[in-house]
Design a protein around this ligand. Structure first.
Ligand SMILES: [Zn+2]
Length: 242
């Protein structure tokens, strides 16, 4: 990735700063304010922002919700992303403490971009891209837009393609099932929308950097609160002995 700080159009539901005039440079100004605004939100662990952006921490390679209980990283070491899929595409792994897969579904900030919101709901809630033979073209047609236009909207508002968003949604469903049920992994793979256990194992390991069985073991050995696990998923005793 281009080592940069990711910025995206200002969320509609974040109140504009009180200012009567819109200067010509307002786009530049508000874009740079976005970083500051996100940074303030994460340092304050402001729950209002939960689900609206994710923080990638360059020193750990982990991405978090704004409300993460782990001691916040220095501002110089973070980037912000408008979706979990974008954070993953940039190489960050989900935090095991704040559990991005449990963030509230939040697309209100997309505002007038009803197409993006409808597409997101179809992908995340209905698994519209999980069914055998489903395509982005077909999804776009359901929404009355072209596949290219849908891809452009996703790139602009979520910084991730529809298929990347669908992949993240599948992994998140699986992670919740791992944490909240005792279902066998094959069943989890199917319920989460992966066509096969092999595919599930491969994608999960890619996203979390460890197999799903290890996540379940860690959770079981430390109890539901996972107090002894830091946000990279290392048990503290292991971290200390290194
Ligand atoms: Zn976290």
């Amino acid at each position: 990735m281009e080592g940069g700080r990711y910025r995206w159009p200002k969320p509609d539901s974040i109140p504009e700063k009180a200012s009567g005039m819109r200067a010509r440079v307002s786009i530049l100004v508000s874009m740079s304010l976005d970083f500051a605004e996100c940074d303030r939100a994460r340092l304050a662990r402001d729950p209002v922002y939960d689900g609206r952006f994710y923080t990638g921490v360059h020193t750990t390679g982990i991405y978090c919700r704004p409300i993460c209980p782990v001691h916040p990283a220095r501002s110089a070491n973070v980037s912000f992303f408008p979706s979990a899929a974008a954070a993953e595409a940039a190489g960050f792994r989900p935090c095991l403490r704040c559990r991005p897969e449990t963030a509230p579904f939040c697309s209100a900030w997309i505002g007038s971009r009803a197409t993006v919101e409808r597409a997101l709901r179809l992908i995340v809630e209905d698994g519209a891209l999980d069914v055998e033979g489903s395509t982005v073209e077909h999804l776009a047609a359901r929404l009355g837009v072209g596949a290219r236009q849908l891809a452009r909207l996703f790139a602009r508002y979520l910084q991730a393609s529809p298929s990347k968003v669908a992949r993240t949604a599948r992994v998140q469903r699986a992670k919740r099932l791992i944490d909240e049920t005792s279902l066998p992994m094959t069943e989890i793979a199917m319920q989460a929308g992966f066509g096969s256990l092999r595919r599930f194992n491969a994608v999960f390991a890619e996203v979390y950097g460890r197999p799903p069985t290890e996540i379940r073991r860690t959770r079981r050995s430390t109890g539901k609160e996972v107090k002894a696990v830091d946000n990279a998923g290392n048990q503290k005793s292991l971290t200390l002995s290194r």
